[in-house]
Design a protein around this ligand. Structure first.
Ligand code: UDX
Length: 434
């Protein structure tokens, strides 16, 4: 099939390479000429393992094209994806202006029997409204045009996005006609993944519900970790014991210094805002958000107490991105950590394999280093914020000789407490009773 993908962001690009890899011809459309120029040289505007190489191959094979104008490819497309951003407004409501602009552009050029796919994460009810909006625009035209609108949310994890796009655990398709359903089966026939067909609203809600539920598991564990600390229990062992129950499962029970990223915080805010408007409050989700908002402070206060104050202390922050294997710092816990330390007048040196350039734009005055040992030199305390391999696998034995004080605060419970203590460190984790 020929596919047009509007929006060359993270989701758009990952989706594009996956469809092209499965043999479809993909046109990526973005108004940003610089971005398109870069993509034409196989340069991605973000870091994600494996995508740049595959993109290069697919361009050479003539499966992937980058253009700035929908008009150039619309005649050839069977399916048009909307993959533009839906950032949070101040009130947490999803900003739909990019989605609406893309829909307008499609409406003015759409040909009969084309399918429009909503892949951007949009509040429940949006796809139907957008469909109505396009229908009204299309009616202004003289030709008789029939089109379909399908909701097809994405479930990509950053750092593993290519794998998730190529081998999805499930494909959720909200569609309303048999004709659209058959097209979807054809589109996804080589993916070998189960397809769940639903209504537009169900598909939209599944996306928010899945992310909210995963975040609920994390906040539950993070809150429980605070209690574990008080009563001398170890949250890691508790998670292990809970996860062995197949009804609970072992994933997303890892306590830490809070979740971040481009999805969980934004999607939770948007779902809470929708619940508010609909006067159907989501008390559990509100608590999930509250726990996450206070998690960094809880750990930092513990650090402050154990170090008897932070003023003028040299603190090494290890890890800035919201999780390993990405350069994304959106809603990263490291930003709240830096804020806290700056308020306490601490001296900061930060290491991260991929995130430094982005954080530097927000905090130009702190020190950065691309070598973890440089950060550890003279540190009076080490704070692990992101469990990058490069950080977990530091040679902690020799590192002990370069730190000023062997004091480590592990915000991801990524290191083994007994090993660290045997090496002579004072180790403080999340919810392990110390
Ligand atoms: C998430 C969803 O997993 C994905 O399906 C959706 O499409 C987008 O949002 P992502 O944001 O890339 O993906 O990261 P994820 O691996 O889910 O982690 C999110 C945050 O939760 C990270 O900050 C991570 O450190 C934290 N986390 C995750 C925990 O604190 N504990 C865990 O057990 C798991």
């Amino acid at each position: 099939m020929n596919i047009g993908i509007i929006g060359a962001g993270y989701v758009g690009m990952t989706t594009s390479v996956a469809f092209a890899k499965y043999g479809h011809t993909v046109f990526v459309i973005d108004h940003d000429q610089d971005k398109i120029n870069q993509l034409n040289q196989s340069i991605l505007p973000f870091y994600e393992e494996g995508i740049e190489n595959l993109l290069n191959e697919l361009v050479k094979e003539g499966k992937l094209f980058f253009i700035t104008n929908l008009e150039e490819c619309i005649d050839q497309c069977d399916i048009l994806f909307i993959t533009v951003g839906t950032p949070s407004s101040k009130e947490g409501v999803a900003n739909l202006s990019f989605v609406e602009a893309a829909a307008k552009e499609i409406a003015s050029r759409i040909k009969t029997d084309q399918v429009i796919m909503m892949k951007s994460t949009v509040p429940v009810g949006t796809s139907r409204k957008i469909k109505e909006m396009i229908r009204k625009e299309v009616e202004k035209r003289t030709e008789d045009i029939s089109f379909e609108l399908v909701s097809n949310p994405e479930f990509l994890r950053e750092g593993k996005a290519l794998f998730d796009a190529l081998y999805p655990e499930r494909i959720v398709v909200g569609c309303e006609t048999e004709k659209a359903r058959r097209k979807m089966e054809e589109l996804y026939k080589d993916f070998n993944s189960p397809i769940l067909f639903t209504t537009l609203e169900d598909a939209e809600m599944i996306k928010y519900a899945a992310n909210s539920f995963l975040a609920t598991k994390i906040s539950f564990m993070n809150e429980l970790a605070r209690l574990c600390d008080k009563v001398g229990a170890n949250i890691n062992q508790v998670a292990k014991g809970m996860g062995m129950d197949s009804r609970i499962g072992p994933q997303f029970l890892q306590a830490g210094i809070g979740f971040g990223g481009s999805c969980f915080p934004k999607d939770i805010k948007a779902l809470l805002a929708l619940a508010n408007v609909e006067e159907a409050p989501l008390h559990i989700l509100q608590a999930v958000s509250n726990v996450n908002q206070t998690q960094v402070n809880w750990f930092m206060e513990k650090m402050e107490q154990q170090l008897s104050g932070l003023s003028k202390k040299r603190i090494a922050i290890l890890g800035l991105t919201f999780k390993p294997e990405t350069d994304d710092i959106r809603e990263a816990s490291s930003l709240k950590v830096i804020d806290f330390l700056l308020r306490r007048n601490a001296s900061i040196i930060a290491f991260d394999p991929k995130g430094i350039e982005h954080v530097k734009k927000i905090y130009p005055s702190i020190h950065y280093t691309s070598n973890p040992y440089e950060a550890l030199k003279g540190a009076e305390a080490v704070l692990l914020v992101t469990e990058w391999k490069e950080i977990v696998e530091v040679d902690w034995e020799s590192a002990k000789d370069i730190v000023a004080q062997p004091f480590i605060f592990d915000g991801r419970n990524a290191l083994d407490p007994a090993t660290m203590e045997n090496l002579g460190y004072r180790y403080v984790g999340i919810g392990i009773g110390n």
